[in-house]
Ligand binder design. Structure first.
Ligand SMILES: N[C@@H](CCC(=O)N[C@@H](CS)C(=O)NCC(=O)O)C(=O)O
Length: 205
């Protein structure tokens, strides 16, 4: 069985957990905090030199960091994957967008807001910058949803799983989703998928 090392409150860690819930794949969860120094210990750095969670361990011991890489592995051959070259690239485009334009603003502003250990880094300049760039990313998503119901065509793809967690908690970071009606409707479409589980859900051990 796959083991997922992660922090329950992290959206990055929620992504593979959500995909495994949606596809009915059993896994083991091991809680690892990104706040108590564990991810900077020599033991952890030997597993993931980038010093972060989530980290996935396959049955044969192979290790895979990076949440969106995990989605590619776990989603291969499922209804959330795309095999036609253009459709696959169009899905990956949104996964790159998530890492490049969305997560670094929407997730970071939330972390600066909700985690006491990050408060010192929450300078007015950084909060203003993440608010502007995060609002821009959320608006790009809302505009896209005027053309397509999901981020990989007419049915949910791995890109939707990548984008859902930090969009769903954007308001905790001070983002206003009220004007973004198409985005709010998309969040509800994801939440109504069969097998959907909220971020707080963990598999029984
Ligand atoms: N690009 C990585 C980002 C992972 C990441 O930012 N993890 C955070 C928790 S959400 C972390 O481990 N932070 C601790 C640190 O960077 O020291 C992914 O998508 O998996």
């Amino acid at each position: 069985m796959i083991t997922l090392y992660g922090m329950t409150d992290s959206g990055n860690c929620y992504k593979p957990r959500l995909l495994m819930a949606l596809t009915g794949r059993p896994f083991r969860h091991v809680e690892v905090s990104a706040h108590d120094g564990t991810t900077r210990s020599a033991e952890w750095l030997a597993k993931n030199p980038n010093g972060q969670v989530p980290l996935m361990e396959l049955e044969d011991g192979r290790l895979l960091p990076e949440s969106d890489a995990m989605l590619c592995y776990l989603g291969a051959g499922t209804v959330f994957d795309r095999s036609e070259p253009f459709e696959r690239a169009a899905m990956l485009r949104w996964m790159f967008f998530e890492q490049n334009s969305h997560e670094g603003a929407v997730a970071v502003r939330r972390a600066l807001t909700v985690y006491p250990s990050r408060r010192a880094a929450a300078t007015p300049e950084r909060m203003a910058l993440t608010l502007a760039s995060g609002t821009s990313a959320l608006t790009v998503m809302d505009t896209h949803l005027g053309r397509e119901p999901f981020f990989g065509g007419n049915t949910p793809s791995l890109a939707d799983i990548a984008l859902y967690p930090y969009t769903a908690t954007a308001e905790e970071g001070g983002f206003d989703l009220e004007p973004l009606g198409k985005l709010r409707a998309w969040l509800m479409r994801i939440e109504s998928l069969p097998g959907f589980r909220p971020k707080t859900w963990l598999p029984e051990t």
